[in-house]
Design a protein around this ligand. Structure first.
Ligand code: AMP
Length: 592
């Protein structure tokens, strides 16, 4: 059985779905577009809530959902699943964090469960290998109880061998990035003639990265009569055009969660001069030691910061574009399991990272743009949890801060670098808490309790110690030989805070006084590069973006203005590029 479109009518067993306001019949009758104002992963508010029971999923899917702890569908799942179960095309506007992966994965798994065909039936295209791995992992976990259901991820930056041998065996779903998918199709190692559903995930991101031509090429190779699903965080005209061109009478779903997406994240900023940044970071990590991700601009910086933190006793790992894919996966896994507490990452390397344990995001370097910022802080506050984000701002960047607040329509609250006093109070609080917890735990452990009583008796008898002597000695043992309280010179923190405060007061308490410079963000932090190719070489903006992104670790979104002239092009790129990146730029080739 292929994943054929089954029309939009529902039979009597779908009675409940027909009554639902998101049923295909209903949505066609009223308006094609379903708009839902929703908070991220907000539980459904129906009175007679039956979780996932109404979608017609078989027991193996329901059981995997129970294992994952999903109780109710999120709004996007509630709206999209019935449509996709019927084989309808779908155009969805939703951000990550809304549960959109399950919204398309679950119905596709359900509809493929009895399919005996060996070659792939569903293809999911994603902009990055990180997202490809994540989506493939989701398919695997949702189908973990479905017998012999196979998902394979294919993406660049890794060996072809394993991917080819996985594609040779039975496979149901292939998730991959456009370039590698094209390679496998061209080499004949990815058999596509049974693909009956194509999902474009984060389509706007794929477009930003210049993948439009590749996507269109792939779509043209696939069988004609297939279901098409397109998810995008934003809906620019280019995406609408793709939808118009390839989707057939799609159900349209808009999850308006843009503003609320980050509302569970408490956003703060700290004024810190460049040369005090590392010190400030260490002080913050005194307060939050676990589940932290630190964003920096260059690969080199990820390494030097990680080393410095490791020397201060933290368990740290690095995530940057130079780290091989399998090692990155291993790092994320160790972070999830708690073997690593802190990750120092570049933007590209951490794209799509979904680790519930992350409680704090530190923007060590100011993000290039609003999207990068939103993406960074979205690494915390996952799956409805709360999180905290701290942004380092220097004197020059405070003007950008105003822009950021305006464009994200969020007030970012100022906090101070933790002083010795704050850190010491925190250490004390933690020590008391640990001793208290240990006392409670010991109550429950009869075996240890007997041993401890023996030790106490022995200390009292042989060494004539009383209760308070023993308690003091025990606590001393916990503290260790190192000085317990920080005693470093922290006068620079007080000085810095006072200077900033005075400056703000002098200017009518407006920390963003110089509004004329508001737009200088672009000019200040970008410089123009000249490339020796232009209109005569048939170059387009998308080619330039994808070549730069592929050759370097520059994020597509941080590329500024692009002007293409007859035989050369001018491209605005971030000013602080590393020498290695600049060298890579020199060697860029366009369309061979
Ligand atoms: P996504 O938007 O697909 O990236 O999903 C964001 C997070 O929400 C992931 O960690 C999912 O595991 C989780 N999630 C998805 N659907 C549900 C649900 N119905 N209930 C609880 N968590 C969910």
């Amino acid at each position: 059985m292929a994943l054929k479109k089954e029309g939009h009518s529902t039979d009597s067993s779908d009675q409940k779905i027909q009554q639902d306001k998101f049923s295909p019949l209903e949505s066609k009758k009223l308006e094609k577009k379903t708009e839902i104002e929703s908070q991220e992963l907000e539980a459904s508010k129906d009175n007679n809530e039956e979780g996932f029971l109404n979608f017609g999923f078989n027991e193996s899917i329901l059981s995997s959902l129970r294992n994952k702890g999903y109780k109710n569908p999120t709004p996007i799942q509630k709206a999209a699943i019935p449509e996709l179960m019927l084989g309808r095309d779908l155009l969805g506007q939703a951000q990550t964090g809304t549960g959109k992966t399950a919204a398309f994965a679950l119905p596709l798994i359900e509809r493929l469960k009895d399919n005996k065909e060996l070659n792939a039936k569903v293809l999911v295209m994603t902009p990055t290998r990180e997202l490809a791995t994540q989506v493939a992992e989701s398919f695997k976990s949702y189908s973990s109880e479905s017998s012999n259901f196979k998902t394979v991820a294919i993406y660049g930056g890794t060996d072809y061998k394993n991917q080819i041998s996985a594609l040779k065996r039975k496979v149901d779903v292939v998730v991959g990035t456009p370039g590698r998918i094209m390679d496998h199709i061209r080499q004949g190692t990815f058999k596509i003639k049974h693909i009956s559903c194509l999902v474009l995930d984060e389509a706007d991101e794929m477009l930003n990265m210049g993948f439009l031509e590749d996507i269109e090429w792939i779509i043209d190779q696939l069988p004609e009569n297939k279901q098409m699903v397109l998810f995008s965080a934003t809906m620019p005209n280019e995406i609408r055009n793709i939808a118009k061109k390839y989707l057939n009478d799609p159900a349209e779903i808009l999850i308006k969660s843009v503003k609320k997406e980050t509302q569970l994240i408490s956003q703060k900023f700290i004024y810190v001069q460049r040369h005090h940044k590392l010190d400030a970071l260490k002080r913050i990590l005194e307060i939050n030691r676990e589940g932290v991700i630190i964003f920096v601009r260059t690969k080199l910086l990820t390494i030097s910061i990680a080393e410095a933190l490791e020397n201060s006793g933290h368990t740290v790992a690095v995530l940057n574009g130079d780290i091989p894919q399998n090692q990155r996966e291993n790092t994320v896994d160790r972070l999830k399991k708690g073997f690593i507490d802190i990750l120092v990452a570049t933007d590209v390397a951490a794209r799509g990272l979904d680790v519930e344990r992350i409680k704090l995001v530190v923007n060590y370097d100011f993000p290039f743009d609003k999207e990068t910022y939103t993406h960074r802080i979205g690494r915390t506050g996952r799956a409805g949890r709360s999180g905290e984000a701290i942004l380092f701002v220097n004197q020059r960047e405070k003007y950008f801060l105003r822009n950021l607040e305006n464009s994200t329509r969020t007030k970012i609250e100022e906090i101070n670098i933790p002083s010795n006093k704050t850190i010491n109070e925190k250490r004390m609080e933690k020590l008391i808490d640990n001793v208290n917890k240990s006392s409670l735990a010991q109550e429950e452990n009869e075996e240890n309790k007997a041993l401890i009583i023996d030790v106490l008796d022995s200390l009292k008898e042989k060494h004539s110690m009383d209760d308070s002597n023993i308690a003091m000695a025990a606590i001393n043992l916990v503290i260790g030989n190192k000085a317990f309280f920080v005693n470093e010179d922290d006068s620079w923190i007080h000085k810095q805070n006072n200077t900033e405060r005075n400056r703000s007061n002098r200017n009518g308490n407006n920390r963003f006084r110089n509004t004329n410079r508001r737009n200088n963000y672009q000019n200040d932090s970008y410089e123009t590069y000249k490339f020796n190719f232009g209109k005569f070489d048939g170059v387009r903006v998308a080619n330039i973006i994808s070549s730069i992104c592929n050759a370097t670790n520059i994020n597509g979104r941080s590329i500024g203005k692009i002007q293409i002239f007859n035989d050369y092009s001018l491209v605005d790129l971030p000013r602080d590029l590393h020498r290695e990146t600049k060298n890579k730029l020199k060697r860029i080739k366009l369309r061979n």
